[in-house]
Design a protein around this ligand. Sequence first.
Ligand SMILES: [Zn+2]
Length: 318
Amino acid sequence: MSATIAAAAWLEIVEGPAPILLIAPHGGRAGAAARAALHPKVNDLETAAIARELADRLGACALINSAMDRNELDCNRLGQLAARAPWMLELIASRVEHMARRRGRAIVMLIHGWNVIEPRVDIGLGLRDHGAHLRPPAGAHVSASDDFISGPVSAITERLDRAGIAATFGMRYPGGARQNLLQAFTPRHRASDIPAVRRLAALAADGAVDAIQLEMSVAVRMPGPLRAKGIAAIAESFRFAHGDDRGSRHWIENIERNLRRARRNPRSAAATRAGRRAVRRRADPVWRGILRRRRKRWRNRQLRSRRGRRRRTDHDSV
Ligand SMILES: [Zn+2]
């Protein structure tokens, strides 16, 4: 086994106020290790730039591997990180802990490239689509809560779909393999002998972390309108993670306005996309639940801020 690799210029660290951590584990470039290998693995081209852009739009933190060849160090494999770059696992664990402490929860998003051409994003949550059900493959743990899946994740799929990008769940990459970095954000490795991995598993067991792996096809990664639409679809689905009252108020008001319109005039509602969506949501108990919870959360926040209690945490909710 090669020696430990020091924290170096290949890992970019982006700071941001939102409780979101983006990681691009395979954003590096082919180097000597790739040339020496008989079947080198392809690095995920453009994922470093995409993670940078997403971090900027979301106000997120990001750990971006922009130069390390995955054939030399695979930052998506827990064993390799533990053996050769344990400081990176420490960095991840301390970031996620900090977010969870300050904001009650953290979102982790792993940005990867899938080398198919057509516009697609395969979503990894430790789940695979079996027609009517999503089920974890053998041994896998699910990396996100039901709320997270029926909230922002379903919003992503809906937005991608509207942008002409097919979204699937674990079609090729469920993110369920034991060594996959995604599994570090589940309770799976509670008994791991790596302290940072144990700390992450404990947070996940407390429900304090939701993690998602996005495998973006070539068409979605190459600079151009599809990439811009894909990034917008993801960024807009996570606006609420900012803890921004304005965002969630507008979101609720918008949906409620569309619902009212749909109720008043079903025929004209059926003629618009927003109207059809509103009708669909009204009939869907999951959406009704999301709306109810969001409304409650927003009202509670308003009450709190009215009492002035928010003053001492104001610097946290930029
Ligand atoms: Zn990858």
